[in-house]
Write a protein that binds this ligand. Structure first.
Ligand SMILES: Cc1cc2nc3c(=O)[nH]c(=O)nc-3n(C[C@H](O)[C@H](O)[C@H](O)COP(=O)(O)O)c2cc1C
Length: 352
């Protein structure tokens, strides 16, 4: 069982922070399907949070059922990260994560995110200040999410993780790429293993390119990591946590949901967005999300078009109910070639 500080997780599969995606409705959707050990907010700007900016507060919003929750903060040693961490704990965070891996200019140019990988000593001092502000008084763990290093010549993952452990960081998540790589190539499992080998006792969560349960199993087998974190794969397969939990915790292969069930997940997502956000978000999130989600659905161009061109949440709901009714009548789309490799890996597990 994966334990982060004082928090025992029910599943070793964690939903990654993803700016623009891991809002409350999406977290609740994944949790409702099952298998999410811990879910994170998008990265939060500490100044906006402490100022009470409505946008930052919306990103940090939580609700019953959204536990255990990790709030991810970004900034550098000059920013009020300890104060923001206290704010987060007072507003529902069970875990505070420090972003040390974001490669985008908006964050890294402000000396946060990945730039923290470039000066290990000052990053470790910053982490120590945040831990001291939080853990002794509240018992809540502070974690860090890192990449392997800035580039191949500056790999700092192993010594950084070890030093973070020594100042009280309760777990490290490592995305097996460098900052320079951005999302290119494949996540390096040997790089993740080196981080696992470097720490004494804290859990290491492996991250990168997990699409189906077999990928999670493979990453854990090769690296010895204690848990896995999934980002992009969850946008296509929010049920992947349920499947990973099934295989890793219960030794049960959970089959791929049917087309009808997938439409039900879309309906549930829409309902959660309308409950916790608003009409504008419903249109934006459903229209932009459908391309990724539908990749696992087969040939469903008319369904995608119906959602993309809808002018209201009610219209999206009508489109989805139409396809749901067809599915109830036994209709299923033809499979598509895209995603075939991942489907095959899922089948391997299902029939194993
Ligand atoms: C759209 C998008 C937004 C992201 N936002 C964040 C973020 O806010 N904080 C963070 O630590 N990582 C962020 N990431 C990185 C992911 O958490 C993860 O480390 C990376 O995508 C690799 O995992 P994956 O292969 O499962 O996608 C983001 C990734 C994507 C694709």
């Amino acid at each position: 069982m994966l334990t982060i500080g004082s928090i025992q997780l029910d599943s070793p599969a964690l939903l990654a922070p993803m700016a623009g995606h891991t809002d409350l409705p999406f977290r609740l959707l994944c949790r409702s399907i099952g298998g999410v050990g811990l879910a994170s907010t998008d990265l939060l700007n500490v100044h906006s949070l402490l100022r009470g900016s409505p946008k930052a507060l919306a990103l940090a919003a939580t609700a019953p059922g959204d536990e255990p929750l990790c709030m991810q903060l970004y900034g550098n040693e000059h920013d009020p990260l300890p104060d923001a961490a206290r704010w987060a704990v007072n507003n529902g965070a069970d875990v505070i994560d420090i972003n040390m891996g974001c490669p985008v200019d908006k964050v890294a140019k402000k000396h946060g995110g990945s730039l923290l990988l470039c000066d290990v000593d000052s990053t470790v001092r910053l982490a120590e200040r945040i831990v001291e502000a939080i853990t002794p008084s509240t018992g809540k763990p502070v974690t860090a999410k890192i990449r392997l290093g800035w580039d191949d010549d500056r790999i700092v993952g192993p010594p950084l993780a070890r030093a973070l452990e020594q100042v009280g960081i309760a777990a490290v998540t490592v995305h097996g790429r460098t900052t320079e790589q951005f999302f290119k190539g494949r996540a390096c499992l040997q790089g993740i293993k080196a981080v696992v080998d470097a720490v004494d006792a804290i859990p290491v969560i492996g991250n990168g390119d997990i699409e189906v349960a077999a990928d999670a199993q493979h990453m854990m087998d090769v690296t010895g990591c204690d848990g896995v974190m999934i980002a992009r794969g969850a946008l296509r397969r929010p049920w992947v946590f349920h499947q990973i939990h099934g295989v890793l915790t219960e030794g049960v292969a959970v089959p791929e949901p049917t087309f009808k069930t997938k439409v039900e997940y879309l309906l549930r997502h829409l309902e959660l967005i309308m409950e916790h956000l608003d009409e504008r978000n419903a249109l934006h999130r459903m229209r932009s999300g459908i391309a990724k989600f539908a990749r696992t659905m087969g040939h469903v161009k008319p369904l995608k078009e119906g959602i993309r061109t809808a002018n209201s949440s009610a219209e999206i709901e009508r489109v989805l109910r139409f396809w749901h009714a067809k599915a109830c009548d036994g209709w299923t789309p033809n499979p598509i070639l895209e995603g075939k490799a991942a489907d095959a890996r899922t089948r391997d597990l299902t029939t194993a």
